[in-house]
Design a protein around this ligand. Sequence first.
Ligand code: MG
Ligand code: MG
Length: 260
Amino acid sequence: MIELKSPAEIERMHEAGRFVAQVLSALSARAEVGVNLLDLEQHARTMIRERGAESCYWDYAPSFGRGAFRNVVCLSVNDAVLHGLPHDYVLRDGDVLTMDLALGIDGWVADSAVTVIVGTPAEDDVRLVRASEEALEAAIAAAQPDAKLGDVSAAIGAVAARHGYPVNLEFGGHGLGRTMHEDPHVPNDGRPGRGLRLRPGLTLALEPWFARTTGKIVYDPDGWTIRSADGSRTTHSEHTIAITGDGPRVLTRREEPVAS
Ligand code: MG
Ligand code: MG
């Protein structure tokens, strides 16, 4: 079922979204060579506790995971792209790090992810990361009232195709609001003009992610961390948006663009 949100409810999601953006900005600033992933997890926990926010990940136990998730942020390095389990790993020069965060404040949720390059960026990695950012902006621009969900998916797929990156259709964007995952599913490629009509009040997490040379994925033995099947590097960009009568509104925009 798809629940349309009132302007007041979208405001409350925006409050959660502003805080998600703040935490991701803070983590991006801390993600340097020599920093342990567990330090980033701890910093996120502290910020969430001090704000009185609620992690959507803590105790999350979907069918594909191995038991409940006991972290507040997903940290995925290099060939890891989704659901990366924070672990004892010290960031190295040139690592590609995706940070994905979903939080609730007073019962309303926002979800966002950013990919940064730690230390000296390799040219191929910069191109890759910029492609998912470009795909995300294209998806947002396509999310106009009375457009179709297929227009959003197709916008992502077109950017991937232009850069020559394969697209995986198993994991994509989703509705959200009172909980982190609601209908509809938003595939990262599709046909324009098809699917659900986008109406004001629809709130979506749009999240293009690509691996450089494959659309296939493999799972770590931890049951969570998802990697590119061929070990190629990956990128993931995500914002929570609301469709309004005036067009798409981004609820998780960070104040300063994250350098990559
Ligand atoms: Mg997310
Ligand atoms: Mg999401």
